[in-house]
Design a protein around this ligand. Structure first.
Ligand SMILES: Cc1cc2nc3c(=O)[nH]c(=O)nc-3n(C[C@H](O)[C@H](O)[C@H](O)COP(=O)(O)OP(=O)(O)OC[C@H]3O[C@@H](n4cnc5c(N)ncnc54)[C@H](O)[C@@H]3O)c2cc1C
Length: 352
């Protein structure tokens, strides 16, 4: 005897989790299925910053996405009675005179209200010959958020630990059937992140995935509570433990930490950290990049019982809440999906 859910979400990373919340808040029946291994959300640092890159670019649609993310994570904190979203300024050490001049210019225009001169940092901790600026920022404790959400979904009969491969899914006239789970649904949404074994329906979408490595280090004597940026970032965990990263490489796309990745992070860290450190962990994962880090969402144009939420790139914590809402509205009410992020755009030669 099959059980029924309106929506089956495959994957409980940042994409699947945000979508599940938005569908549940709309009163829909949802089943989230995750194989509980791999995925890149669980190693993500969860940093959310308004200014990115060497050119001090303002993060895409910051003024709209950031307040949306703040409200979203706080609402889930209230529902789950957990704390995992922390709004706290971060600071960025200038890497060049040009960067400093550019920041001064932008602080009264594009970045007005978001950046300011940083309070002096401890000279014994960091090398800041050109100074630093402070910016509004936040940090999501991603594993804690995912665990709290999973517990909530499970308690509401909306979570199952299992693997669902595309071959396990049968399309029917009115929806889908997943015999291996004895489940029938109106729509299955693929939220699987980067997956080397692409599926028949969305597999034609070109991936630009990027591997990233991250270290966990102990830095005796360092009590900095803010995230520090200087080419890479250094994020406090507590008790003199910090996470530091990350690298970008495109070949091979696997989850093996490498000696080169570690050396690159260590060398960049030494450029601004004056204290000795020792590495206590080293992880790697593959970021699901499709269209230069813009999300890709929507129903399959030929198989409307299948939908997709992917391409969160290196900003899943900021992007997921807003675009999960947009996708949920589309799935439930048929409302429009913006052209830029619409999956139809990427399915030029969809398999029929
Ligand atoms: C080193 C590194 C640092 C990062 N730091 C940040 C950061 O500071 N801030 C930020 O916002 N983002 C960061 N990111 C990016 C962030 O991790 C991604 O944007 C985000 O995790 C993507 O989420 P996702 O849900 O699309 O994919 P994933 O997290 O990969 O989730 C996919 C899920 O699907 C499940 N799954 C896959 N296939 C199946 C199947 N067949 N059956 C069942 N379940 C399945 C997996 O188990 C997994 O749980 C970082 C990434 C890396 C690699």
């Amino acid at each position: 005897m099959s059980s029924r859910a309106e929506y089956v979400i495959v994957g409980q990373g940042l994409a699947g989790t945000a979508l599940a919340w938005h569908l549940l808040w709309r009163g829909r029946s949802v089943l989230v299925v995750d194989r509980e291994r791999g995925g890149c959300s669980r190693i993500a640092a969860g940093l959310i910053t308004p200014v990115t890159g060497k050119r001090l670019a303002k993060s895409w649609r910051w003024d709209e996405l950031y307040p949306n993310a703040v409200a979203f994570y706080h609402k889930i904190e209230a529902e789950t009675r957990e704390t995992f979203f922390h709004q706290q300024p971060a600071f960025r050490i200038y890497g060049s005179e040009l960067e400093r001049t550019e920041c001064a210019k932008r602080s009264t225009s594009l970045l007005c209200g978001l950046v300011r001169l940083a309070a002096p940092v401890r000279a014994g901790w960091f090398s800041t010959p050109l100074g630093a600026f402070e910016m509004d920022a936040a940090r999501l404790d991603v594993p804690k958020y995912l665990d709290a959400s999973r517990e909530h979904f499970f308690a509401h009969g909306a979570y199952l630990a299992a693997e669902v491969e595309p071959r396990d899914i049968e399309l029917t006239a009115t929806g889908v059937r997943i015999p291996s789970l004895s489940v029938e649904a109106q729509t299955v949404i693929f939220c699987r992140g980067f997956d080397a074994g692409a599926d028949t329906w969305f597999g034609v979408i070109k991936s630009n995935a990027a591997k990233g490595e991250i270290l966990t280090v102990r830095i005796p004597g360092l009590a900095e509570a803010r995230v520090v940026h200087r080419g890479i970032w250094l994020a406090p965990v507590g008790n003199e433990v910090f996470r530091v990263g990350s690298t970008y490489t495109w070949e091979p796309l696997d989850t093996r930490p490498t000696a080169e990745g570690r050396a690159e992070i260590e060398s960049k860290l030494r450029e601004f950290l004056r204290l000795p450190f020792n590495v206590i962990d080293h992880e790697a994962a593959v970021r699901p990049v499709i269209d230069a880090g813009f999300p890709v969402i929507g129903r399959h144009p030929h198989f409307p019982q299948l939908a997709y939420f992917n391409g969160l790139g290196s900003k899943g914590s900021l992007l997921a809440p807003f675009f999960a809402d947009q996708l949920a509205a589309h799935l439930c009410d048929g409302s429009e999906i913006e052209e830029k992020v619409n999956v139809s755009r990427f399915l030029v030669h969809p398999s029929k």
